[in-house]
Design a protein. Structure first.
Length: 124
């Protein structure tokens, strides 16, 4: 399980110990609306880092936004944790995320987000 901790200034996606998922797994997804530049932070419930370029943000209900980063973000797929800062109540495609390394605890690469594409994720 990945958890998105709600806070207006800094938010981190943290991997739960023993999370059982294949590394770099990106489930098929079908677009379900127009891409958005920003989403309200309060809507974000969970983030699922799929690999170095893809993050699925789970929002209320069984809905998701898929963000495909314009560039690969070194360490994101293996650590599956990131943080970001914003003074707004939204997360936007122009915001920067920073990979969080667990051991040793430190910050890694900083990478730009992309648009938030509403998707329906295929059931496995």
């Amino acid at each position: 399980m990945r958890i998105l901790l709600p806070a207006a200034i800094a938010i981190a996606a943290i991997a739960a110990p023993g999370a059982a998922r294949d590394r770099n797994e990106v489930p098929a997804a079908t677009p379900d609306g127009k891409p958005q530049s920003c989403v309200p932070i309060i809507q974000l419930r969970e983030s699922l880092v799929r690999n170095d370029r893809v993050i699925d943000f789970h929002i209320s209900g069984d809905r998701y936004y898929r963000v495909t980063l314009p560039q690969s973000c070194s360490g994101l797929g293996s650590e599956r944790r990131f943080t970001y800062s914003t003074s707004l109540s939204q997360l936007c495609s122009t915001d920067i995320i920073t990979v969080l390394y667990q051991s040793p605890p430190m910050r890694g690469a900083s990478c730009g987000l992309g648009e938030f594409q509403p998707v329906k994720i295929a059931k496995r």
